[in-house]
Design a protein around this ligand. Structure first.
Ligand SMILES: NC(=O)c1ccc[n+]([C@@H]2O[C@H](COP(=O)([O-])OP(=O)(O)OC[C@H]3O[C@@H](n4cnc5c(N)ncnc54)[C@H](O)[C@@H]3O)[C@@H](O)[C@H]2O)c1
Length: 300
């Protein structure tokens, strides 16, 4: 599998490392505005890869070098100074308008995985800028939020996070919500076992900003979330992951991108699932869609 990563900042570099360690990628191309940084990362990772059992070719290059990628991970971004993802809308909207057409042309059959923020609005923008089918433009969305939520539930229940089926859905932003009515572990409703799930969700929602306050960015968790999507593609595993894709009709929401559980296979999303939410959760999903629409308006 050939994967290219655009933007070798904190997230791009951590993702390159996670993909290398994951062992699912044969060819990895690193692209960044600062060519010397991408070159240094490629060299450093190549030295580390000599210790691994599997062979991986890692190189830095320009967009031409990404040609024929199966997956292009988008992590290029303006810097985020304050804990508010929407503040990146104007600058990243402009950056994506400038870069996406060529990225898409270089790898016409690739899946584009958006990590940059505001992720839902940028997925929408890519669908406007290219003729790529919606199944091939995926935002990391609430995958990472769901993993944070599951991790806290897991600690409370003493059950492995893999066995906790709990989703945070909607916008990767302030209006995201926990789908508590369908959260389960071992066939039991988690809400009956784990106490106040809203409190755990609030803790999960605040946690990236706690990381941000400590080091000025978040990188490891999103990198491994990107590796999870890559792995499901590489092996056609058909894992169900909450990621951001275009919604067309679910709960009356149309033409806007936000997270629902999606099945991920070799060529992208094979199914977008429509969970049975409670009335409150349905209202939260619609409110999230409105918030993403507002952000799309700020893309410039
Ligand atoms: N989806 C998530 O859950 C999640 C989690 C963490 C971070 N993020 C987002 O990921 C993005 C990257 O975060 P970061 O901490 O790595 O930021 P960063 O500032 O460290 O890195 C951005 C990189 O993009 C590069 N770049 C800028 N313009 C470019 C261009 N035109 N072409 C190629 N490269 C270009 C910069 O040189 C820089 O290396 C941000 O938008 C951030 O908000 C998302």
């Amino acid at each position: 599998m050939k994967v290219s990563i655009i933007g070798m900042g904190h997230v791009g570099a951590a993702t390159a490392h996670a993909l290398m360690m994951g062992g699912d990628v044969e060819e990895l191309v690193l692209v960044s505005r600062r060519r010397e940084k991408a070159h240094a990362d490629a060299l450093d990772l190549t030295h580390a890869a000599a210790l691994l059992a599997r062979t991986i070719h890692i190189e830095a290059g320009d967009l031409e070098a990404t040609s024929g990628s199966d997956l292009v991970v988008l992590a290029h971004s303006a810097p985020l100074d304050k804990p508010n993802r929407k503040l990146l809308a104007g600058a990243n909207g402009k950056m994506f308008r400038e870069t996406i057409p060529e990225i898409a042309d270089q790898s016409p059959y690739s899946v584009l995985l958006v990590l940059s923020n505001p992720v839902d609005a940028l997925v929408h923008l890519i669908l406007e800028l290219t003729d790529r089918p919606w199944r091939k433009v995926i935002g990391a969305g609430t995958l990472i939020d769901s993993l944070r939520f599951r991790s806290l539930i897991s600690q409370r229940l003493g059950i492995h996070p893999h066995d906790v089926r709990a989703y945070v859905l909607g916008e990767h932003g302030e209006t995201q919500f926990p789908a508590i009515s369908i959260a389960e572990a071992g066939g039991m409703r988690v809400a009956n076992r784990a106490g106040d799930l809203h409190e755990l969700f609030e803790q999960a929602r605040r946690s990236p900003w706690e990381v941000f306050a400590g080091k000025g960015y978040t990188d490891f968790a999103i990198a491994h979330a990107a590796a999870m999507v890559t792995s499901s593609m590489a092996h056609n595993d058909l894992h169900t992951l909450p990621v951001s894709t275009r919604i067309d009709g679910f709960l009356g929401v149309t033409g806007v991108c936000l997270s629902l559980p999606c099945v991920i296979g070799r060529k992208g999303v094979t199914q977008q699932l429509g969970p049975d939410l409670s009335a409150d959760e349905e209202a939260a999903f619609r409110a999230s869609a409105e918030s993403v629409r507002e952000t799309i308006g700020q893309l410039g």
